[in-house]
Design a binder for this molecule. Structure first.
Ligand SMILES: Nc1ncnc2c1ncn2[C@@H]1O[C@H](COP(=O)(O)OP(=O)(O)OP(=O)(O)O)[C@@H](O)[C@H]1O
Ligand SMILES: [Mg+2]
Length: 171
């Protein structure tokens, strides 16, 4: 399933794109999430290691997207006996692909179609609850990318596609 948003959200308005190493982006996101992973004793793995990959992006926005997905994964995994969150960073044609999966129970089927909509949440009520994926989707769209919940019987899995090179996309 692809879900690329054309239109205003995909524009370059709102900041400068910089070429960034995936390693640094991933490290930043992991730093934000580390207290939660440690407190909840969740094993986080990054495969195969993004070392050389690069991406034209607004780095704070990509870190925000990654953090939202990792926190969601952790919040799901903490209800499971086997607690893990896995981030796979890879490239596919012109895209960087970020795959975040977890050992949690999965997204409830009755909200799957709406999880990117604002204020859709199954968690304890609180200010701003249910905005994580809405904002993530918006930020990804502003990069000309796509974020999807992967259908399937395996672990819960979100995929983010981000064009490696903004110049190619806007040419
Ligand atoms: N990895 C996941 N496993 C299971 N359910 C998930 C997962 N990620 C998201 N969800 C479901 O989608 C809902 C929306 O997620 P979203 O991140 O937008 O909001 P939230 O996590 O509830 O609140 P917040 O705004 O603090 O992120 C969640 O409440 C949860 O029901
Ligand atoms: Mg969330």
């Amino acid at each position: 399933m692809t879900d690329r948003w054309p239109g205003p959200e995909a524009s370059h308005e709102g900041g400068v794109f910089a070429r960034c190493g995936l390693q640094e982006l991933v490290n930043d996101a992991l730093r934000f999430c580390q207290p939660l992973f440690l407190e909840q004793r969740i094993l986080v793995t990054v495969e195969p290691g993004p070392s050389q990959l690069q991406l034209d992006c607004r780095p704070a926005e990509v870190v925000h997207v990654l953090t939202s997905l990792l926190v969601n994964g952790a919040e799901a995994a903490m209800t499971a006996p086997d607690r893990w969150v896995r981030l796979v960073v890879t490239e596919r044609q012109d895209d960087i692909v970020l795959v975040v999966s977890d050992s949690g129970p999965g997204v409830p089927s009755d909200i799957q179609a709406a999880i990117f909509d604002p204020f859709v949440s199954t968690k304890a009520p609180g200010p701003g609850r249910g905005l994580g994926l809405t904002i993530a989707r918006r930020l990804v769209a502003r990069h000309g990318g796509a974020i999807v919940l992967v259908d399937g019987p395996g672990p819960t899995c979100f995929e983010v596609y981000l064009p490696k090179c903004q110049a190619v996309r806007s040419a």
